[in-house]
Ligand binder design. Structure first.
Ligand SMILES: Cc1ncc(COP(=O)(O)O)c(C=O)c1O
Length: 380
């Protein structure tokens, strides 16, 4: 996001916004969506993983751009039900009520990673399309998912065979390389394994047609990352090599689309300088939108700006406002000299942030403002 943060922040406070608050750039959402489509040469169908940020403005805007959606539970259905776009479910394990509600509403594609889940789907979403979640390497991804979900190729073929015998429709396969993935070879492994499953299924008379390569596409925080073009190009090459392009390619980006669009503004409410170092306390918190800082124990590589101040005069440990000792936003961050009242803008906070916001300690779930061109809007 390339905006004059001080000017925008001033306008928001003039309109009764208080910190912490989120600014979402709809221009950035559009840029990321189009960049992804272009990188994959218009060859892939995009399902935005709404868990990364289910904000209504973002979803409506993406629907308008032609994007489809991936939901995790029936609880997310309400956010996309009226948008008139395609909707799939790629959570490998779901409660029965979720399956029933999604199926009744019209979700047709479901993931699984056990025979037990196939049996559940056969009972509660009869005739639906199914795809197994394959386990693939999540190496070099900030957030690993492979320890929790996924099945081996051979087991997937066996489960698809059972699915067919139970009246379900085997559709393809899916995998997830881990979120903020920095290793292109994870995708290669997934595509290669998918091709093996396709071949083994064909030998059993089961024709598959979809390879859903999930999310995991990385964004540029303040550390090294791989540009989407450097992922899409080899992925398209492997799809050609292993499938002769004879396959539907699906993507489920979350972070890639919503992450760069978000900016978190929080105010310094106290500083402490002593022998132990420099401490800053802000009115934001890991519990009100910065959960990934908690997950990474203060080491998440967000880029930061202190409004109206430049340079780096000291290394600060930055704490959130709650009483919790784990509420550490940055363990050690070089910043200009801070004083109470300074406003800190944290970039790249559009994904896995506001959706986690809680009222722990009586804190405030941040309000959201939207930027489209030069126009600032918000919900009344
Ligand atoms: C099934 C599924 N698809 C897509 C995503 C989105 O991943 P990312 O935000 O890394 O793109 C996730 C994230 O957990 C997921 O579980």
């Amino acid at each position: 996001m390339n905006v004059d943060n001080s000017r925008i922040f001033k306008r928001l406070t003039e309109n009764r916004f208080t910190t912490p608050l989120f600014l979402i750039s709809l221009d950035e959402i559009e840029r990321q969506y189009k960049r992804l489509k272009d990188a994959f040469k218009g060859r892939a169908r995009v399902f935005y993983a709404i868990k990364s940020n289910p904000d209504r403005e973002i979803l409506g805007f993406l629907a308008w751009l032609g994007c489809d959606f991936e939901i995790n539970t029936s609880g997310e259905l309400g956010s996309v039900a009226s948008l008139g776009r395609g909707c799939i479910n790629s959570a490998p394990v779901k409660d029965i009520e979720s399956i029933r509600v999604m199926h009744r509403w019209g979700v047709e594609h479901f993931a699984f990673d056990t025979v037990g889940e196939v049996e559940k789907l056969a009972l509660h979403a009869p005739g639906c399309y199914v795809y197994p979640r394959l386990s693939v390497s999540n190496e070099k991804s900030i957030f690993e998912l492979s320890g929790k979900f996924g099945m081996k190729g051979n087991d997937a073929v066996h489960a698809l065979d059972i699915a067919k015998s139970l009246g379900l429709r085997p559709a393809g396969v899916t995998f997830h390389v881990g979120s903020q993935c920095r290793s292109v070879s994870n995708w290669q492994e997934g595509i290669k394994e998918s091709a093996r499953v396709f071949k083994a299924c064909r030998e059993k008379g089961i024709e598959l047609s979809i390879v859903n390569i999930g999310g995991g596409f990385p964004i540029n925080y303040s550390n090294n990352h791989i540009g989407i073009e450097s992922i899409a190009e080899p992925v398209l090459k492997w799809v050609n090599e292993y499938f002769r392009n004879n396959v539907e390619l699906w993507l489920e980006p979350g972070r890639f689309i919503s992450g760069p669009a978000g900016m978190y503004f929080t105010k310094v409410i106290g500083v402490k300088n002593g022998n132990g170092g420099h401490y800053a306390y802000v009115d934001g918190s890991v519990f009100t939108g910065l959960m990934e800082a908690l997950q990474e124990q203060g080491e998440f590589p967000y880029r930061v700006e202190v409004l109206g101040k430049a340079g780096k005069s000291a290394k600060y440990k930055v704490f959130g406002q709650s009483c919790d000792g784990t509420d550490i936003i940055f363990n050690e961050l070089s910043l200009p000299e801070l004083e109470a009242g300074d406003v800190v803008a944290i970039y790249g906070t559009g994904a896995y942030s506001h959706a986690y916001g809680s009222r722990f300690n009586g804190l405030k779930v941040p309000q959201i403002a939207y930027l489209r061109g030069r126009k600032l809007t918000w919900r009344k």
